[in-house]
Ligand binder design. Structure first.
Ligand SMILES: Cc1cc2nc3c(=O)[nH]c(=O)nc-3n(C[C@H](O)[C@H](O)[C@H](O)COP(=O)(O)OP(=O)(O)OC[C@H]3O[C@@H](n4cnc5c(N)ncnc54)[C@H](O)[C@@H]3O)c2cc1C
Length: 382
């Protein structure tokens, strides 16, 4: 068993950290305050090859392993949760199903531009009546043989990158009689008649990331935009979410790591009772617990990636990593605020933003209650 990162992975981490520290970190507060999508930083991620890390070079990707993907997410989340979720939704949730289930021409037409950062991607699964029960989708797609098109009607909500996306992968019911076996996936382009973004939500955190409603009213897309086989959408999105859950776990680790580092700096600099608060056992124990929990979560993330890279089933490991890392992140960010005392509650100190940003991690890509369902099903085999 090997616990060390390879030389290449370590160099990659340094490269992403340099980018995150020099280009994202100075903007993180402004992104949070302005609540605007940082399109220049998104394009920079494309130039650096971060948007297509796990995809082969023939599609413009970096041909890296999935360990590199989670390293990048962790390093970016360490300074900005918003930039991490933008990358996660674009790469893990939109590019990945196109790469995995798309035809060669879909990959050439969509994946290449997405990976370069010329286009922004989103993944539309959630609907007003289909959240945790994503198989209950009411969006419908009906095939029109006369025009060789699919006609889509329905609504999606809470879609990351939604209103600004050029390409959205969505799910829709294609066979009303077949339940979850009657769902298919489609690629919809911005500007298609009948496809309209709705409002962008005002959120607690992850502010630079756009979260939108999407409407489909008689939206006609070519037959060629069916992604994979008809009625296999349910299987496809479960597979997409397995990998996505590792990604959001990595984001939670990054946010916690960022909060820990700020807490350590603060504890060394802040003096009370004539000495740095880092001398007090109460503070030292909090820091010890934070560091230990982050380490455990990071190991779980890379263990899940390792199984994925080996081609083994990793549903349970991905859910466990997501469950533990996201709840760990909340505890760590809370303790980081506690160590900052009153200043931790003040906007000027980054731990306040990190605490708000991490809160999504135990909700998105399957709530932690759903992760517990998945894990218990795997353990109990029932
Ligand atoms: C900022 C943000 C970004 C998002 N980005 C995307 C995106 O890009 N694409 C996308 O498709 N979706 C996205 N989502 C949606 C997200 O995945 C859903 O919000 C999430 O899956 C939960 O669905 P829901 O909100 O409908 O909650 P509900 O399903 O209504 O759940 C409400 C509560 O009930 C619990 N619950 C539900 N069912 C069960 C059960 N069987 N057993 C136990 N407890 C249960 C839940 O755990 C939760 O506590 C995003 C959401 C947010 C807030």
């Amino acid at each position: 068993m090997e616990f060390a990162f390879t030389e290449e992975q370590q160099m990659f981490r340094r490269m992403v950290r340099d980018f995150a520290v020099s280009e994202i970190a100075p903007r993180a507060e402004e992104i949070d305050a302005s609540d605007e999508f940082p399109s220049d930083l998104f394009r920079r991620m494309g130039q650096l090859g971060l948007l297509g890390l796990p995809f082969p070079t023939q599609y413009g990707g970096s041909g890296a392993d999935y360990h590199s993907m989670v390293i990048a997410l962790e390093e970016i989340a360490r300074v900005s949760g918003s930039m991490a979720i933008i990358l996660d939704a674009h790469s893990s949730l939109c590019c990945d199903p196109i790469y995995r289930f798309g035809t060669e021409s879909q990959k050439q037409d969509y994946l290449v531009g997405l990976v370069r950062g010329d286009q922004i991607g989103a993944f539309g699964l959630t609907e007003p009546q289909a959240g945790s029960d994503a198989g209950a989708t009411r969006t419908r797609a009906v095939f029109d043989p006369e025009t060789d098109e699919w006609v889509i009607n329905g609504q999606k909500i809470f879609i990351t990158n939604g209103s600004i996306a050029d390409i959205v992968v969505i799910t829709a019911k294609t066979d009303q009689e077949k339940g979850t076996q009657g769902i298919s996936s489609f690629i919809v382009e911005k500007g298609t008649s009948g496809f309209k973004p709705g409002r962008d939500e005002k959120k607690m955190g992850l502010k630079g990331s756009v979260t939108s409603e999407l409407f489909f009213e008689g939206c006609r897309i070519p037959a060629a935009n069916l992604l994979g086989k008809e009625n296999e959408g349910f299987k496809q999105f479960l597979a997409t979410l397995d990998a996505g859950r590792i990604a959001i776990a990595a984001m939670a680790v990054g946010l916690a790591q960022g909060a820990l580092e700020r807490a350590v700096d603060y504890a060394k600099g802040r003096e009370q009772f004539g000495q740095p608060i880092a001398n007090f056992q109460a503070i030292r124990w909090m820091i010890a617990d934070m560091a230990t929990e982050i380490d455990a979560a990071r190991l779980m993330v890379h263990r899940a990636v390792w199984r994925k890279e080996c081609g083994d089933r990793f549903t349970k490991e991905a859910s466990m990593a997501k469950l533990f890392a996201t709840e760990m992140s909340e505890r760590v960010c809370r303790q980081a605020i506690q160590i900052h005392g009153g200043y931790g509650y003040i906007r000027e100190y980054e731990v306040e933003r990190m605490y708000r940003d991490q809160r999504l991690c135990s909700i998105g890509e399957g709530t932690n209650e759903i992760q517990r369902l998945v894990i218990s099903r795997e353990v109990l085999e029932t």
